[in-house]
Design a protein around this ligand. Structure first.
Ligand code: HSE
Length: 308
């Protein structure tokens, strides 16, 4: 096999109370990537996109992840041309850099006959996250490599747990057309937290994970509450509190910031509720003259995958 085409999905990190821990892989939003072996022993990045992204392999998330992976494998028999059809807007909060990093290491690994484990793929994909957001957090990458919803139990040892859900949820992504850089939005977070809030946040996270495991929608709804991060980041997102009220009054069972924003997510039990929330949010943003894109997706249990 000399060439491979892959789908690199978008993802929702944090899922409200699971900051840097939880991540969910989306099904209907993502980039496409074609990776081809080339004789020249180098990495060539070609990007097809309306967004301004570097094709310098040392500075591009897809490029640097593969460079580090090939160094580790001591592989120099050929090079790779990575052509990215970038559909996920950088700075949108749905894992644009993670899609590039996870996609490129997954694809090159396949072309080399799968020498690396999933954990190693995450390790090298983190190199892409590092150059894009200054920190190497695995919450966006893990669900792309494992599929579904994942817990990063330890970011250093990459102790990742996959949550088995019945895949009944619909995830809406509400993306106001502004850009927030992860590194800027991380600076807003308070470094010290109140002890009682830390306890409540842990309880919420435990409840949310249990609710996801058992498809217990009431428990998901009661637990989807972020006391530590959302109050500081939500000020950057236009009409956040109002949108949250709109979603919950139209049967959302969980609403919060997707990753570092500005996108928000809403969980619903069915498609009709997701559509209803979309209409109300569109109406509200129209009144406020704020442009928004809205997507509805199921959970993607496969993660990054080969397409024809
Ligand atoms: N956990 C990360 C954050 C995800 O919230 O900063 C964004 O990449």
């Amino acid at each position: 096999m000399n060439s491979i085409k892959i789908f690199c999905p978008a993802s929702v990190a944090n899922l409200s109370c699971g900051f840097d821990i939880l991540g969910l892989c989306l099904e209907s939003i993502g980039d496409e990537m074609i990776i081809t072996k080339i004789e020249e022993k180098k990495i060539i990045i070609k990007i097809n996109s309306e967004y301004d992204l570097t094709e310098n392999p040392q500075k591009n998330a897809a490029g640097i992840s593969v460079i580090k992976m090939l160094e580790f494998l001591n592989f120099n028999e050929c090079g790779f041309r990575i052509q990215i059809d970038k559909k996920i807007k950088p700075g949108s909060g749905i894992g644009s850099s993670a899609a590039s990093s996870a996609g490129s290491v997954f694809g090159v690994n396949k072309l080399l006959g799968n020498p690396l484990t999933k954990k190693q793929l995450i390790q090298f994909a983190l190199e892409g996250e590092k150059i894009c957001s200054d920190t190497a957090h695995a919450d966006n990458i893990s669900p792309l490599i494992y599929g579904g919803i994942t817990i990063v139990r330890d970011n250093k040892t990459l102790d990742i747990i996959r949550i088995n859900t019945s895949n009944s949820l619909f995830i809406s992504i509400i993306h106001p057309q502004i850009e927030i850089k992860t590194k800027d939005s991380r600076k807003l977070i308070k470094r010290k937290v109140d002890f009682s809030e830390a306890i409540q946040q842990s309880a919420n996270l435990a409840g949310l994970i249990t609710g996801l495991f058992h498809d217990d929608y009431d428990l998901i709804k009661r637990s989807c509450n972020d006391l530590l991060i959302e109050p500081y980041r939500s000020v950057l997102i236009p009409e956040f509190d109002k949108l949250k009220r709109i979603a919950y009054s139209n049967n959302s069972i969980g609403f919060g910031i997707s990753g570092s924003g500005p996108s928000m997510f809403s969980l619903t039990k069915n498609f009709e509720d997701a559509i209803c929330i979309e209409k109300e949010i569109q109406k509200h943003y129209e009144r406020k003259r704020i442009l928004v894109k809205y997507y509805i997706s199921k959970i993607n249990n496969e993660g990054v995958k080969v397409i024809i």
